[in-house]
Design a protein around this ligand. Sequence first.
Ligand SMILES: Cc1cc2nc3c(=O)[nH]c(=O)nc-3n(C[C@H](O)[C@H](O)[C@H](O)COP(=O)(O)O)c2cc1C
Length: 264
Amino acid sequence: MNYNSLDKLEEIQQNEFIKAAIDHVGAGVVISDPEQEDNPIIYVNKGFVDLSGYEADEILGYNCRFLQGEDTEEDSLEKIREALANSKSVQVELLNYRKDGTPFWNELQIFPVYIENMDQNFFVGVQKDITKRKDAENLVGHYSSEVRRLSTPIVPIEENISVLPLIGTVDEDRLQQILDVVSHHVQESKEDYLILDLSAVHTFNKDLHIGIYQLNQLLDLMGTTLVLTGVKPNFALQSAPYVNLGELSLKSYISVKQALQEIR
Ligand SMILES: Cc1cc2nc3c(=O)[nH]c(=O)nc-3n(C[C@H](O)[C@H](O)[C@H](O)COP(=O)(O)O)c2cc1C
């Protein structure tokens, strides 16, 4: 064996080694050739075959758009088109479909690679199935909006009176949620009184004090009187640096029961 064929053997062994490694990276890997008509795939690894459900001969020679379907986001495709047109890298999360039609979330990275001895650009695509993460994110999003909705329960107790029992801690986000829900509710119901019951609130932080002030202003504008109940004795003292409660038009009572007796 001369020097050249030894070299060749080493190259083949090295290629086999790299091929085996790429086959087992746990992600799809494809290479496309943008100099051929419609940028077809010229290399596909085992990860992509497993992920997509297509055989290699159904993939090689085709543009990768065969993974797309009805709900694939146009925004992501536009990002890809722009990156490819400018020979730039891009990363998107998009909905793709396997051969059997089942959808999956694909975290797709595409980057250009210049091969010097061929004097040519190729694109490498790496596909990761992130369906589990996306499903978990959607579930968390669903539950947090449910928790937010349940954390502002406005209970109409008489024709012109509603009670909003506050529970837990009020921070900036929650405050905005309360203001939104209350203004929507009062606009619809046009009630005379809204009782904000603070019996179950144990932390009187700055956001809560400012929230009560803003709520009072908002309800004033809408012709509804804000009534505070369950106010702890130290509440007014703690408010002092933020709001002067004495200046507000709101009424304050020890309990909802007492407030109702007074209002009626
Ligand atoms: C290397 C490479 C890998 C790609 N992989 C995917 C993929 O996994 N899923 C997908 O929906 N599109 C993929 N694309 C994008 C499509 O091939 C195509 O570029 C995209 O649909 C926008 O072009 P079009 O408007 O001509 O369809 C890939 C593109 C390249 C270059």
